[in-house]
Design a protein around this ligand. Sequence first.
Ligand SMILES: Cc1cc2nc3c(=O)[nH]c(=O)nc-3n(C[C@H](O)[C@H](O)[C@H](O)COP(=O)(O)O)c2cc1C
Length: 333
Amino acid sequence: MANLSTRFFGLELKSPVIIGSAGLSNTVEKIKLLAENGAGAVVLKSVFEEEIYSEYKYEFDKQAEINDNLEYLDYFDYEIKNERVIEYLNLIQGVKNEKIDIPLVASINCTSGNDWVFFAQKLAQAGADALELNLFIIPSDVNRTAEKVREYYFATIKKVLNTVNIPVTVKLSSYFSDLAAMIKELSETGIAGITLFNRFYNIDIDIEKRSLMPAKVLSHPFEYQKSLRWIGIMSGRVKCDLAASSGVHDYPTAIKMLMAGANAVQVVSGVYKHGYNFVKEMVEGLNKWMDDHDVKSINEIVGVADLQHAKNPAQYERVQFMRYFGEFDKDVD
Ligand SMILES: Cc1cc2nc3c(=O)[nH]c(=O)nc-3n(C[C@H](O)[C@H](O)[C@H](O)COP(=O)(O)O)c2cc1C
């Protein structure tokens, strides 16, 4: 049997298949099941900054601001409830009491580096083994400069790192004009890992009603390529571990992410679509592939096909379909 252990969240994981942040892990029983099926770690659904203010409203005079900000909460399995913050802490304590032996990672979705940061300490005290920050502001404000956006990321991370003594990782979107520089600089702040990339609530248009409607929530298997490219480009150039998220729907895709330079993959849509057994299939598939190819440990394959090892590194940075203009054959995928 190959050794599937790897490192992410600054922690030793038994397998590189991490359950990404979503409602999949909202009870102790589900987390237990995910661990039994071979998950390397579980990231809980994010607590939203607004919820923290909402719960602690007597301590913070933030309510007006919160009420203007609810569009962040549009993930489908989501319903805002004040007591969710307390339930969240109870869930962490419940998992710890059950002695489920995989790391439990709390997640905070934050859009400002504000006073909510004290709550990170509460998560650590409840027993969270690490904290993933789901940081994002949609860059749609025509008056907000890239510099301001950067400031928010670095200030928030600094505050959190100064507050907690558990490992902190960040999950990013790809919406940066200087993505490579940003990832590199963030990796030098003292965080333990970076997850590329988050997937957001998307919109679509109903052409009959001429109005907006929600797009499909779950990812498709072909959506892994952006993460693959950027993991490959950043591998070996960052000072923390990398995890891949978005479109990992089977073990071959997980192997590709590892070869591009990820230490682990995060899965969500695959579990929603195929059930909790999906995790077991991923882990078994990975194990078998490694045995068949005489790969003894995950470390042997991490980064073997990254930008720095690619025979033709230019492929990572080639984005235009130059070769295909004029001669694209529709029968070729
Ligand atoms: C229903 C649903 C809820 C999600 N909720 C969160 C969340 O609270 N915090 C977060 O960081 N990501 C959240 N995500 C994003 C996932 O963690 C993951 O990054 C994304 O779905 C891409 O992975 P996938 O292709 O395996 O689904 C959610 C995704 C889905 C589908």
